[in-house]
Design a protein around this ligand. Structure first.
Ligand SMILES: NC(=O)C1=CN([C@@H]2O[C@H](COP(=O)(O)OP(=O)(O)OC[C@H]3O[C@@H](n4cnc5c(N)ncnc54)[C@H](OP(=O)(O)O)[C@@H]3O)[C@@H](O)[C@H]2O)[C@@H](O)CC1
Ligand SMILES: Nc1ncnc2c1ncn2[C@@H]1O[C@H](COP(=O)(O)OP(=O)(O)O)[C@@H](O)[C@H]1O
Ligand SMILES: [K+]
Length: 505
């Protein structure tokens, strides 16, 4: 699914009006209708306080107010009495609302004097994609007041004060529990500094031109279920374990053998034909007990100092590996021998980060899976996650690598500087070892002849879906990394069913 900038969304809006025989007023009616239906079906409140600005976001708010009133809800609308200028469509919808005697319209400055009933939901239709600059003092006070009261809060299109494309200059931003985003994800929803204001994001299809969407280029995408269904290949009937590749995980050291176990369990559950763990002997008995499906190769006594290289193997290196000098030397020598894509995580990245020249040793099309701190060690600090993404793009291109930047919405950055955001997963996965599982998953996919790009996209999606399945079983709080490989089976079943549903009657 494409992510467009605010400017592209505006162009899409205009294209739809020009080419699809709908007026902008009809589009607003459709958008408001989708929002009103969502409120009526998802929200328990009897009454709504709807705050409307002077542009088309406010216009949506006026139309939503009218529709919710007709559905039987108790509605109060708040506007800026000091500013009588409205966009044309907002003006028409405000006029329609004024014709309804049952809806009270107040100046938003009066809100703090009004009695707030507990079951009221607050709707923010103040500013959307047209917001720029910063808020006036009166609006800042309003947002501070709304943020301070306990209520269910919903933003239309974008929380007021946020910009669609990155950080905004606004001092205050409306904090939503839900954001009803029209047609598209916005980039700012996907980054921590801005996404935190959006609550749960719901994308409402308002029927903007599919032709425009298809023909308009972007370099940023959401990984949608349909993307993943296109990548996924079911297993062949006449196959054997050789068909599904040989994985070697170079992982674990004294005190961190669990990392190797988690990666190995993930690799076997992702369907790799044969999995071997290269680890120090101190971990053998626990590894062979915890994951009997995997074979073992000794790399040392309590840490790795002697790594085994063979042709035809797909390597995943780093979880719990340690950074002792012997391990560093062994790993860097090992890197020089490899000329096909590998997966590098955790301590493998920390060793590479010790010297910039090490980056040159990474085989082209390899996948690096840093969390933000590891990324910083590799490529330097950045002021915010938007700048970090730009640094990631430059380095992915420069070194010909895929960077899987792990976060709430993990970003995959390709050597061509395309960005894929993953929206599966949940905060239950913020627990030690979940990254090790991802290494096992991606390495197993690479071994099964998925391309690096496919392995990254399918891998992060599967990982997040496994997290969602595990959270459903165990709650987000009780989710542990070891649950993730156990959930993969249900996720694959679902994926396979949807694949067959697409290809059979
Ligand atoms: N996607 C779609 O196809 C569809 C989109 N739709 C909806 O349209 C929305 C976009 O509408 P929009 O372009 O009118 O912008 P909007 O967010 O209302 O803001 C502009 C107004 O706010 C003002 N203003 C701005 N910054 C300000 C500030 N700091 N402080 C004070 N004022 C400020 C600005 O004033 P100006 O700068 O012009 O003086 C102007 O009056 C979009 O988010 C969605 O809800 C649907 O209706 C139908 C289909
Ligand atoms: N709040 C969150 N929502 C979704 N996914 C998350 C969240 N927090 C962490 N994750 C995922 O969990 C994994 C954590 O990886 P990492 O930090 O390397 O853990 P570890 O080093 O303990 O294995 C990443 O894939 C990340 O995307
Ligand atoms: K809004």
């Amino acid at each position: 699914m494409k992510i467009f900038t605010a400017e592209q969304i505006r162009a899409c809006d205009q294209w739809t009006v020009q080419h699809e025989q709908v007026s902008s007023l009809m589009l607003m009616e459709k958008a408001a209708g989708r929002c009103a239906d969502w409120f009526a079906s998802q929200i328990k409140s009897e009454r709504f306080w709807i705050f409307c600005g002077n542009g088309n976001n406010g216009g949506d708010g006026f139309a939503i107010a009218r529709m919710l009133y007709r559905k039987g809800f108790d509605i109060d609308v708040f506007i800026d009495f000091k500013n009588p200028e409205y966009s044309e469509d907002a003006r028409i919808n405000l006029q329609k609302l004024k014709e309804i005697s049952g809806v009270d319209i107040h100046d938003f400055r009066q809100v703090s004097e009004m009695k707030f009933k507990q079951d009221t939901s607050i709707v923010d239709a103040i500013f959307g994609s047209g917001f720029h600059g910063s808020l006036s003092l009166d609006y800042q006070k309003l947002i501070a007041f709304l943020n301070s009261i306990q209520a269910n809060k919903v933003s239309i299109d974008i929380p007021t004060g946020l910009s669609a494309d990155g950080l905004s200059d606004s001092e205050s931003v409306f904090i939503a529990d839900h954001t009803l985003s029209l047609q598209f994800w916005k980039k700012s929803f996907l980054h921590p500094e801005t996404g935190n204001f959006c609550g749960k994001v719901h994308i409402l299809d308002i029927g903007l031109s599919p032709e425009f969407i298809q023909k308009t280029d972007t370099s940023q995408y959401i990984i949608s279920d349909s993307t993943v269904q296109k990548i996924y290949r079911p297993r062949e009937q006449f196959s054997h374990k050789g068909t599904y590749g040989k994985v070697h995980l170079i992982a674990g050291s004294y005190g961190k053998i669990g990392a190797a176990i988690l990666a190995a369990r993930a690799a076997v559950r992702t369907g790799a034909g044969l999995v071997t763990v290269q680890a120090p002997e101190c971990g053998f008995s626990i590894l062979q007990t915890a994951c009997p499906e995997a074979m073992m190769l000794s790399t040392g006594n309590i840490f790795s100092e002697n790594l085994h290289y063979e042709e035809g193997i797909t390597y995943g290196i780093g979880p719990g590996l340690g950074t002792e000098s012997e391990t560093q030397n062994a790993f860097l020598e090992f890197l020089k021998k490899i000329n096909k894509p590998i997966v590098l995580d955790a301590d493998a990245l920390n060793i590479i980060a010790l010297d910039n020249a090490h980056l040159e040793l990474i085989p082209k099309n390899s996948l690096l899976t840093p969390h933000p701190k590891e990324f910083e060690r590799l490529f330097g600090t950045s002021a915010n996650s938007f700048k970090r993404l730009e640094i990631a793009k430059e380095n992915a291109e420069k070194f010909g690598i895929f960077i899987v930047l792990k976060d709430r919405y993990t970003q995959i950055i390709t050597p061509k500087k395309t960005v894929y955001y993953n929206i599966t997963g949940n905060p239950g996965m913020a627990t030690g070892g979940s990254g090790d599982v991802l290494t096992g998953i991606i390495t197993a996919l690479l071994a099964q002849k998925y391309s690096s790009e496919e392995a990254a996209i399918l891998g992060v999606w599967l990982h997040g879906k496994a997290g969602d399945d595990a959270a459903k079983m165990n709650s987000e709080e009780a989710l542990i990394a070891g649950d993730l490989p156990e959930s993969l089976g249900r996720v694959f079943n679902e994926l396979k069913n949807s694949h067959y549903k697409k290809t059979t009657k």
